[in-house]
Design a protein around this ligand. Sequence first.
Ligand code: THU
Length: 136
Amino acid sequence: MNNLRISDSDRSQLLVAARQAVRQAYAPYSQFRVGAAVLTQRGNVFAGCNVENASYGLTICAERVAICSAVAAEGEGMEIRAIAVVNQREVPCSPCGACRQFIWEFGAEATVIFQGREGVKEMPAAALLPEGFRLG
Ligand code: THU
């Protein structure tokens, strides 16, 4: 089980990694550049950016790119302790519904850090997605 709170240094590290990842975004259609960084229970950090496509529906959000990278590195036991998501415009941007489910799968108690209306906010994944979907 995760701790709901994360340390100030973990939070800063994740925000730095997410802000660096924004620069890698491939967002020629929306011009909305997003970066995310996952802290795993093992203590590793994995970053991701949004990757758009001319066939718009194929676009992948930054959060899911970061999570897929974490799974690719750590395998099926990967658990999320915290995830940060930022955008280059610094406008409010909480994870979309698909990403909430994706985060929840790997850490219902994970701390989700995102840009709110009045600065950076954080809350547990289960608060962003009550009754997440699981098979059986
Ligand atoms: N996007 C993300 O990367 N994460 C979110 O949580 C919301 C939206 C991306 C997808 C698309 O490339 C752009 O933002 C505009 O929707």
